[in-house]
Design a protein around this ligand. Structure first.
Ligand code: ROI
Length: 163
């Protein structure tokens, strides 16, 4: 399954790199690979800093909601409190379950695949880099979706990850 990481506050690239190391220690979970980091202008309100985004590929024995709640705890460790913030505002760390196998799910707290996954360049570019053959359930091949999608423009972020 695939996790989207995003940050635009408090040293965004450091937030993402720290979060990648924290994913490694989730129970019954292995980090299989992650994309490069990417930089883009915010989608949504423009009066906030640029974002750094990446995607991680995990193997996990955690069920979707167990994983979701673990991700919320990681976000809290980065000073992110979902209840207190503005919708579509700046955040120190955003972790989203993008795709979890073939599962399609619609619950109040979790929709799978993630409802924005097929439209957002900052998800599709890193996801297509990591999993070029992936077909997103209900939406189609990730490369087709990426080539169709142009907002917001996105570029590789040139800082080395774990090197
Ligand atoms: N915009 C970009 N570029 N990257 C994000 O991760 C991101 N996350 C969000 C909103 C506010 C929708 N915009 C974003 O939650």
């Amino acid at each position: 399954m695939y996790i989207g990481l995003g940050s635009n506050l408090d040293g965004p690239s450091g937030q993402i790199q720290r979060a990648l190391m924290e994913l490694v220690v989730l129970p019954r979970t292995r980090l299989l690979a992650h994309s490069h980091l990417y930089k883009s202008r915010p989608l949504g309100p423009q009066n906030q800093p640029d974002y750094i985004n990446a995607v991680a590929m995990l193997a996990t024995g955690l069920a979707p909601l167990e994983l979701l709640h673990s991700l919320w705890k990681l976000e809290e460790g980065h000073g992110r409190w979902r209840m207190r913030e503005r919708r579509w505002g700046a955040r120190s760390l955003d972790l989203d379950i993008l795709v979890y196998g073939d599962i399609r799910l619609q619950l109040p707290e979790l929709t799978l695949p993630h409802p924005g996954v097929h439209l957002r360049s900052f998800v599709l570019y890193p996801l297509a880099e990591l999993a070029p053959a992936l077909v997103i359930p209900g939406h189609g091949p990730v490369q087709t979706l990426r080539d169709r999608c142009h907002t917001p423009p996105i570029e590789r972020y040139e800082e080395a990850v774990n090197e």
